[in-house]
Write a protein of this length. Structure first.
Length: 492
């Protein structure tokens, strides 16, 4: 006896985000379900907006269907959302910030137009860009609002507006109605995370020593030789040093560019609001507002980097480094197991503010509870208040309202700061050549002590569940970092 062939239902497959809907007609579909009316019923049942385009597309798919051959075609699409574009600086030719990518990738000078056959080395380039009065250096491109979209159900998909450029121009640069930036003076272009200016340049033909005394300058400083022990160089703009930096102090509002190294002997300090580019660093303390780049090694240093570390040929050996952004180095640690500590995934300056807010919220809550307790006594049923008690009742009511308002404001600030920390937090460490055992990687409340040498390239990232993973090579699989590390709680 011939077995009756079973039918499979015609289905409407709607994307999770509602961006599209596909009509799936199986090879053995029920003929009663391959009609326009039945498919229209499926659309209505799924709350799909049926436009003339959707209706026409559905008829095309039904006409193309042949029994015995499965067909799946998209019949409805939403209107894509167009998110706003963040505002940005469009630098004109000759004024764009120098990029280390060519050096990191091994691009030759001939490829970049600066020579033939020689590798590009950003350490040999000047850190400063000279500007003449009246020159147009770039344009501030405003953010865009974006355009809302819609899903196949007719629901609006809100566009995310772009963020405005936060950098500001000082009086030395005028900004036209179209955003064009024009230098008002001749000098050197100075850039940091927050401002752009054209500054006059202080150039020292020799070293900073007894012949000059300490330097404290409103603008940019160029030292053609070195900086001797104990001396200080402070500038509101950039600092460039041509020779050895000894156990001295450098404090720049902009960037620091050193063609030599820093031999700190545990007494040198380097602070920069922008980037720091240097040949090597030994036994020094650094606070970098932008990106840190070193050509050779950073040994036994205490370092805080608000941006990232971009040193594909450099080594971090010993010391402690706290990095907010990405890390790219050749070697992390050493074969002699010098204690090396790398803290990632945190935003210390903002997290400390968050902790203060949490203490304030807790204190305000305790104060509010105490005030409410006093007010409750005065408001006890049947209690007759005298004049002084009525005055105190009014004062307590006002204080309760005031403290509650302060507490709500602190909670709002806490929520906004938490969101900002989440948006800034980065976990991306690339070790090109070797990750040595003994290195301690700090993430949140945990310390991962690496217990085996790993030949690079090694990359450490976050997985979707928020845990640290590593992979070896470009095609390697993500593996929990705990597989090659001893995990302990970080010291409070």
């Amino acid at each position: 006896m011939c077995q009756k062939k079973s039918h499979k239902p015609v289905r409407l497959l709607v994307a999770k985000d509602g961006s599209s809907a596909d009509l799936l007609i199986p090879a053995e579909a029920n003929p009663e379900e391959t009609t326009y009316e039945w498919c229209l019923h499926l659309l209505h049942e799924a709350s799909i907006v049926v436009t003339s385009a959707v209706s026409g597309r559905m008829r095309e798919v039904l006409d193309a269907y042949e029994p015995g051959v499965e067909i799946r075609e998209c019949i409805a699409t939403g209107t894509p959302v167009q998110h706003g574009v963040d505002g940005h600086i469009e630098w004109y030719e000759g004024f764009a910030p120098a990029s280390p990518k060519a050096a990191a990738s091994g691009e030759t000078a001939g490829e970049s137009g600066s020579g033939e056959g020689e590798p590009v080395c950003f350490y040999s380039r000047s850190a400063f860009i000279m500007v003449k009065a009246g020159q147009q250096i770039g344009r501030i491109v405003p953010e865009t609002e974006g355009a809302d979209g819609a899903d196949v159900h007719g629901q609006v998909v809100a566009a995310r507006p772009g963020k405005a450029v936060k950098v500001r121009c000082e009086d030395s640069i005028s900004v036209g109605d179209d955003g064009t930036m024009t230098s008002q003076v001749s000098g050197v272009l100075s850039r940091s995370r927050e401002k752009i200016a054209v500054r006059e340049l202080l150039e020292i033909s020799g070293s900073v020593d007894f012949s000059t005394g300490n330097i404290d300058f409103e603008g940019d400083v160029r030292v053609l030789k070195g900086i001797r022990d104990i001396f200080e160089v402070r500038a509101t703009g950039n600092i460039e040093v041509g020779g050895l930096i000894e156990a001295s102090t450098i404090d720049a509002g902009g960037s620091v560019f050193a063609k030599g190294g820093m031999a700190g002997r545990e007494r040198a300090v380097c602070r920069a609001g922008g980037d720091v580019t240097i040949r090597y660093i030994d036994s020094s303390e650094l606070a970098v507002g932008g990106t840190l780049r070193f050509e050779r090694e950073m040994i036994n240093c205490k370092t805080f980097v608000r941006g990232g570390i971009e040193s594909p040929s450099g080594s971090i050996i010993g010391g402690e480094a706290t990095v907010v952004g990405k890390v790219v180095v050749a070697v992390l640690g050493s074969n002699s197991y010098v204690p090396t500590r790398l803290s990632i995934g945190g935003v210390p300056t903002l997290e400390s503010k968050l902790a203060l807010l949490e203490k304030m919220i807790e204190a305000l809550q305790a104060k509010q509870e105490k005030l409410e307790k006093g007010l409750k006594k005065l408001n006890a049923p049947g209690r007759i208040l005298n004049g002084e008690e009525r005055r105190r009742q009014t004062e307590l009511g006002f204080e309760v309202h005031s403290v509650a308002a302060q507490r709500a404001k602190c909670r709002d600030s806490h929520r906004e700061l938490s969101e900002r920390i989440r948006s800034i937090r980065t976990v991306d460490v690339s070790i090109e050549k070797m990750l040595y055992a003994g290195v301690r990687i700090v993430f949140g409340t945990q310390v991962y002590r690496i217990n085996t040498d790993l030949k690079g390239p090694v990359r450490i990232l976050l997985d979707r569940r928020g845990g640290l993973v590593y992979r070896v090579g470009a095609e390697g699989q993500n593996t929990p970092l705990g597989r090659i590390a001893e995990v302990r709680a970080a010291a409070a």
